[in-house]
Design a protein. Structure first.
Length: 101
């Protein structure tokens, strides 16, 4: 995931999303998954859903819920390569998001 200076959260092309959702998945995520499947922005491949293009979210939690197919706190679920959570990284930045993955 990339974070833009405008605080948009970009799931990149070829990102994998869990194929099946849980009963905790937010209704909006279910609707979005359905719409993206209909538009071939998400495709089913080898037991997962794969993004065919970059997709922008305005919420880190919405992006995380799309990937895991469940209700989740994106601020604590997303981690940098060094294991730092998004919340920790954001706090260290003074709350201002730059570019991170």
């Amino acid at each position: 995931m990339l974070i833009t200076r405008g605080r948009e959260f970009v799931l990149q092309k070829d990102s994998k999303c869990r194929l099946k959702t849980t009963n905790t998945v937010p209704e909006g995520v279910t609707s979005l998954r359905t719409a993206l499947l209909e538009k071939d922005v998400l495709i089913e491949k080898t037991g997962a859903l794969i993004l065919t293009t970059d997709y922008i979210f305005r919420s880190v939690t919405a992006a995380a819920a799309m990937v895991v197919g469940a209700s989740i706190n994106g601020r604590t679920a997303w981690k940098l390569a060094d294991g730092t959570t998004f919340a920790e990284w954001e706090s260290a930045q003074g709350g201002a998001a730059g570019a991170a993955g």
